[in-house]
Design a protein around this ligand. Structure first.
Ligand code: ATR
Length: 271
Protein backbone atom coordinates (compact mmCIF):
# COMPACT_ATOMS: atom_id res chain seq x y z
CA UNK A 1 0.00 0.00 0.00
CA UNK A 2 1.17 3.52 -0.74
CA UNK A 3 2.28 5.31 2.45
CA UNK A 4 0.74 8.72 2.89
CA UNK A 5 2.38 11.93 4.14
CA UNK A 6 1.45 15.61 3.93
CA UNK A 7 2.48 19.12 4.84
CA UNK A 8 -0.04 21.06 6.92
CA UNK A 9 -0.18 24.86 7.18
CA UNK A 10 -2.18 27.98 6.45
CA UNK A 11 -1.66 29.15 3.76
CA UNK A 12 -0.30 26.01 2.09
CA UNK A 13 -0.91 26.30 -1.67
CA UNK A 14 2.57 27.83 -2.17
CA UNK A 15 4.36 24.94 -0.44
CA UNK A 16 7.19 23.27 -2.33
CA UNK A 17 7.20 20.28 0.02
CA UNK A 18 5.01 18.00 -2.17
CA UNK A 19 7.37 18.48 -5.15
CA UNK A 20 10.45 17.96 -2.97
CA UNK A 21 9.18 14.77 -1.32
CA UNK A 22 7.95 13.34 -4.62
CA UNK A 23 11.46 13.88 -6.00
CA UNK A 24 13.06 12.20 -2.97
CA UNK A 25 10.70 9.22 -3.31
CA UNK A 26 11.63 8.82 -6.99
CA UNK A 27 15.31 9.08 -6.10
CA UNK A 28 15.22 6.18 -3.62
CA UNK A 29 12.37 4.31 -5.34
CA UNK A 30 9.87 4.49 -2.48
CA UNK A 31 6.12 4.32 -3.07
CA UNK A 32 4.67 7.30 -1.18
CA UNK A 33 1.99 9.92 -1.66
CA UNK A 34 2.63 13.42 -0.24
CA UNK A 35 -0.10 16.08 -0.23
CA UNK A 36 -0.55 19.66 0.94
CA UNK A 37 -3.27 20.03 3.58
CA UNK A 38 -4.86 23.34 4.52
CA UNK A 39 -6.08 23.62 8.13
CA UNK A 40 -8.26 26.41 9.47
CA UNK A 41 -6.46 28.36 12.22
CA UNK A 42 -8.45 26.64 14.98
CA UNK A 43 -8.61 23.19 13.37
CA UNK A 44 -5.00 21.97 13.50
CA UNK A 45 -5.53 18.99 15.81
CA UNK A 46 -8.78 17.96 14.14
CA UNK A 47 -7.14 18.05 10.69
CA UNK A 48 -4.09 16.07 11.87
CA UNK A 49 -6.25 13.40 13.52
CA UNK A 50 -8.43 13.11 10.40
CA UNK A 51 -5.28 12.54 8.32
CA UNK A 52 -4.09 9.90 10.83
CA UNK A 53 -7.50 8.19 10.65
CA UNK A 54 -7.13 8.00 6.86
CA UNK A 55 -3.90 6.06 7.39
CA UNK A 56 -1.41 8.97 7.21
CA UNK A 57 2.08 8.06 8.45
CA UNK A 58 3.57 11.49 9.03
CA UNK A 59 3.25 15.22 8.46
CA UNK A 60 5.43 18.23 7.99
CA UNK A 61 4.16 21.27 9.83
CA UNK A 62 4.61 24.83 8.68
CA UNK A 63 3.37 28.27 9.75
CA UNK A 64 1.39 28.96 11.84
CA UNK A 65 1.18 25.52 13.47
CA UNK A 66 4.67 24.61 14.75
CA UNK A 67 3.69 25.36 18.36
CA UNK A 68 0.40 23.45 18.00
CA UNK A 69 2.40 20.49 16.72
CA UNK A 70 4.68 20.74 19.76
CA UNK A 71 1.65 20.61 22.06
CA UNK A 72 0.08 17.72 20.14
CA UNK A 73 3.18 15.49 20.28
CA UNK A 74 3.22 12.63 22.80
CA UNK A 75 7.03 12.47 22.60
CA UNK A 76 9.65 14.97 21.44
CA UNK A 77 13.15 14.63 20.04
CA UNK A 78 15.92 16.60 21.76
CA UNK A 79 16.00 19.02 18.86
CA UNK A 80 12.24 19.64 19.01
CA UNK A 81 12.57 20.16 22.75
CA UNK A 82 15.41 22.64 22.17
CA UNK A 83 13.57 24.42 19.37
CA UNK A 84 10.28 24.45 21.31
CA UNK A 85 8.67 23.88 17.92
CA UNK A 86 7.84 20.85 15.78
CA UNK A 87 8.01 20.67 11.98
CA UNK A 88 7.90 16.87 11.60
CA UNK A 89 5.28 14.54 13.04
CA UNK A 90 5.53 10.74 12.89
CA UNK A 91 2.47 8.68 13.69
CA UNK A 92 3.72 5.56 15.45
CA UNK A 93 2.26 2.74 17.52
CA UNK A 94 3.51 4.62 20.61
CA UNK A 95 1.74 7.81 19.62
CA UNK A 96 2.69 11.04 17.90
CA UNK A 97 6.43 11.79 17.83
CA UNK A 98 7.48 15.40 17.22
CA UNK A 99 10.84 16.37 15.74
CA UNK A 100 12.38 19.52 14.32
CA UNK A 101 14.57 19.30 11.23
CA UNK A 102 14.90 23.03 10.45
CA UNK A 103 18.28 23.42 12.16
CA UNK A 104 19.55 20.27 10.50
CA UNK A 105 18.47 21.72 7.14
CA UNK A 106 20.33 24.97 7.79
CA UNK A 107 23.55 23.31 8.97
CA UNK A 108 23.40 20.80 6.12
CA UNK A 109 22.94 23.55 3.54
CA UNK A 110 25.81 25.64 4.92
CA UNK A 111 28.27 22.77 5.37
CA UNK A 112 27.45 20.36 2.55
CA UNK A 113 25.97 22.50 -0.18
CA UNK A 114 27.70 25.85 0.41
CA UNK A 115 30.84 24.03 1.61
CA UNK A 116 31.47 26.19 4.68
CA UNK A 117 32.47 23.99 7.63
CA UNK A 118 31.12 25.62 10.80
CA UNK A 119 33.66 24.23 13.27
CA UNK A 120 35.87 27.06 14.52
CA UNK A 121 33.87 29.78 12.72
CA UNK A 122 32.47 33.00 14.18
CA UNK A 123 28.71 32.88 13.69
CA UNK A 124 26.27 35.76 14.09
CA UNK A 125 22.52 35.14 14.30
CA UNK A 126 20.34 38.21 13.94
CA UNK A 127 16.90 37.72 15.49
CA UNK A 128 15.64 35.93 18.58
CA UNK A 129 12.18 34.67 17.60
CA UNK A 130 11.00 31.19 16.67
CA UNK A 131 13.18 31.00 13.56
CA UNK A 132 16.34 31.61 15.61
CA UNK A 133 15.35 29.24 18.41
CA UNK A 134 14.65 26.51 15.86
CA UNK A 135 18.25 26.40 14.63
CA UNK A 136 20.31 27.18 17.72
CA UNK A 137 21.14 23.67 18.97
CA UNK A 138 22.31 22.20 15.61
CA UNK A 139 24.48 25.31 15.08
CA UNK A 140 26.05 24.92 18.54
CA UNK A 141 26.62 21.21 17.92
CA UNK A 142 28.58 22.09 14.76
CA UNK A 143 31.29 23.50 17.06
CA UNK A 144 31.69 27.18 16.10
CA UNK A 145 34.41 29.29 17.77
CA UNK A 146 31.67 31.70 18.83
CA UNK A 147 27.96 32.16 18.33
CA UNK A 148 26.57 35.61 18.99
CA UNK A 149 22.79 36.13 18.95
CA UNK A 150 21.72 39.75 18.58
CA UNK A 151 18.21 41.11 18.55
CA UNK A 152 16.44 44.46 18.34
CA UNK A 153 15.06 43.75 21.82
CA UNK A 154 18.18 42.61 23.64
CA UNK A 155 16.30 40.88 26.48
CA UNK A 156 14.83 38.37 24.01
CA UNK A 157 18.31 37.46 22.76
CA UNK A 158 19.48 37.06 26.36
CA UNK A 159 16.54 34.79 27.19
CA UNK A 160 17.16 32.72 24.07
CA UNK A 161 20.81 31.92 24.87
CA UNK A 162 20.38 31.57 28.63
CA UNK A 163 19.55 27.81 28.64
CA UNK A 164 22.70 27.06 26.58
CA UNK A 165 25.45 29.13 28.22
CA UNK A 166 26.34 26.37 30.69
CA UNK A 167 26.84 23.64 28.12
CA UNK A 168 28.13 25.88 25.30
CA UNK A 169 30.28 28.71 26.71
CA UNK A 170 30.91 30.02 23.18
CA UNK A 171 27.34 31.41 22.96
CA UNK A 172 26.57 35.04 23.83
CA UNK A 173 23.76 37.55 23.34
CA UNK A 174 23.38 41.26 22.76
CA UNK A 175 21.45 44.05 21.15
CA UNK A 176 22.00 44.98 17.49
CA UNK A 177 24.81 47.45 18.40
CA UNK A 178 26.84 44.53 19.84
CA UNK A 179 27.97 43.66 16.29
CA UNK A 180 29.80 46.97 15.84
CA UNK A 181 33.54 46.57 15.50
CA UNK A 182 33.33 42.78 15.16
CA UNK A 183 33.66 40.52 12.14
CA UNK A 184 31.95 37.20 11.43
CA UNK A 185 32.47 34.24 9.09
CA UNK A 186 28.75 33.41 8.93
CA UNK A 187 25.89 35.89 9.39
CA UNK A 188 22.39 34.40 9.52
CA UNK A 189 19.30 36.58 9.20
CA UNK A 190 16.68 34.95 11.40
CA UNK A 191 14.53 38.07 11.75
CA UNK A 192 11.22 38.37 9.97
CA UNK A 193 12.54 41.37 7.99
CA UNK A 194 13.04 39.06 4.99
CA UNK A 195 9.28 38.46 4.83
CA UNK A 196 8.28 42.12 4.89
CA UNK A 197 11.52 43.28 3.27
CA UNK A 198 12.18 45.83 5.98
CA UNK A 199 15.73 47.16 6.17
CA UNK A 200 18.00 45.82 8.90
CA UNK A 201 20.86 48.11 9.82
CA UNK A 202 23.84 46.04 10.92
CA UNK A 203 26.47 48.70 10.24
CA UNK A 204 29.69 48.29 8.27
CA UNK A 205 32.56 45.78 8.14
CA UNK A 206 30.53 42.86 9.45
CA UNK A 207 31.88 40.31 7.00
CA UNK A 208 35.27 38.68 7.43
CA UNK A 209 37.13 37.64 4.25
CA UNK A 210 35.34 34.64 2.68
CA UNK A 211 32.21 35.19 4.82
CA UNK A 212 28.77 33.77 4.16
CA UNK A 213 25.54 35.77 4.51
CA UNK A 214 22.54 33.48 4.96
CA UNK A 215 18.93 34.64 4.66
CA UNK A 216 16.53 32.11 6.18
CA UNK A 217 13.62 33.01 3.92
CA UNK A 218 13.71 32.22 0.21
CA UNK A 219 12.18 33.25 -3.06
CA UNK A 220 13.64 36.68 -3.67
CA UNK A 221 16.53 39.02 -2.96
CA UNK A 222 15.87 40.61 0.46
CA UNK A 223 17.41 43.84 1.69
CA UNK A 224 19.65 41.78 4.04
CA UNK A 225 21.01 39.94 0.98
CA UNK A 226 21.49 43.15 -1.02
CA UNK A 227 23.30 44.79 1.94
CA UNK A 228 25.51 41.72 2.35
CA UNK A 229 26.54 41.86 -1.31
CA UNK A 230 27.24 45.59 -1.07
CA UNK A 231 29.37 45.00 2.03
CA UNK A 232 31.49 42.33 0.40
CA UNK A 233 30.13 39.04 1.77
CA UNK A 234 31.84 36.35 -0.33
CA UNK A 235 28.75 34.12 -0.53
CA UNK A 236 25.11 35.21 -0.20
CA UNK A 237 22.46 32.50 0.10
CA UNK A 238 18.73 32.37 0.65
CA UNK A 239 16.89 29.64 2.57
CA UNK A 240 15.92 27.36 -0.32
CA UNK A 241 18.72 24.92 0.47
CA UNK A 242 17.59 24.88 4.11
CA UNK A 243 14.08 24.02 2.96
CA UNK A 244 15.33 21.06 0.92
CA UNK A 245 17.67 19.99 3.73
CA UNK A 246 14.94 19.96 6.37
CA UNK A 247 12.73 17.98 4.00
CA UNK A 248 15.49 15.41 3.43
CA UNK A 249 15.89 14.86 7.17
CA UNK A 250 12.11 14.48 7.60
CA UNK A 251 12.13 11.93 4.77
CA UNK A 252 14.95 10.05 6.55
CA UNK A 253 13.01 10.01 9.83
CA UNK A 254 9.96 8.52 8.10
CA UNK A 255 11.56 6.28 5.51
CA UNK A 256 14.88 5.27 7.10
CA UNK A 257 16.96 6.41 4.12
CA UNK A 258 18.59 9.80 3.54
CA UNK A 259 17.89 11.20 0.07
CA UNK A 260 20.43 13.44 -1.68
CA UNK A 261 19.13 17.03 -1.43
CA UNK A 262 21.47 18.44 -4.11
CA UNK A 263 19.74 17.28 -7.31
CA UNK A 264 16.38 18.34 -5.85
CA UNK A 265 17.75 21.79 -5.02
CA UNK A 266 19.11 22.06 -8.57
CA UNK A 267 15.70 21.07 -9.93
CA UNK A 268 13.98 23.82 -7.88
CA UNK A 269 16.56 26.41 -8.94
CA UNK A 270 16.06 25.59 -12.62
CA UNK A 271 12.27 25.95 -12.51
P1 ATR B 1 9.87 34.10 13.66
O1 ATR B 1 9.08 32.94 14.12
O2 ATR B 1 9.92 34.28 12.16
O3 ATR B 1 11.24 34.14 14.26
P2 ATR B 1 9.01 36.10 15.53
O4 ATR B 1 9.06 35.09 16.63
O5 ATR B 1 7.87 37.05 15.47
O6 ATR B 1 9.04 35.40 14.12
O7 ATR B 1 10.38 36.91 15.58
C1 ATR B 1 10.65 37.93 14.67
C2 ATR B 1 12.11 38.35 14.85
O8 ATR B 1 12.43 39.35 13.87
C3 ATR B 1 12.40 38.97 16.19
O9 ATR B 1 13.73 38.68 16.54
C4 ATR B 1 12.23 40.49 15.89
O10 ATR B 1 12.91 41.33 16.78
P3 ATR B 1 12.17 41.81 18.16
O11 ATR B 1 12.21 40.63 19.08
O12 ATR B 1 13.00 42.95 18.65
O13 ATR B 1 10.78 42.21 17.76
C5 ATR B 1 12.86 40.54 14.54
N1 ATR B 1 12.44 41.72 13.76
C6 ATR B 1 11.27 41.93 13.15
N2 ATR B 1 11.25 43.10 12.51
C7 ATR B 1 12.47 43.69 12.73
C8 ATR B 1 13.10 44.91 12.33
N3 ATR B 1 12.45 45.80 11.56
N4 ATR B 1 14.37 45.14 12.73
C9 ATR B 1 15.02 44.25 13.50
N5 ATR B 1 14.49 43.06 13.91
C10 ATR B 1 13.23 42.79 13.53
Amino acid sequence: MTDRYAVIGNPIAQSKSPVIHAAFARQVDHDIRYDAVLAAPDAFEHTVRAFMAEGGRGMNVTAPFKLDALALSDRLSDRAQAAQAVNTLSFTEDGIVGDNTDGFGLVFDIQSHLRMPLAGRRILIVGAGGAARGVLLPLLQAGPASLLVVNRSQDKAQALVEPWTGRYPTIAAGGLPAVRGRQFDVVINATSTGLSDTALDLGQDLYAPGALAYEMVYGRETSFMADARAQGAAVVADGLGMLVGQAAESFRIWRGVMPDPDPVLQMLLSR
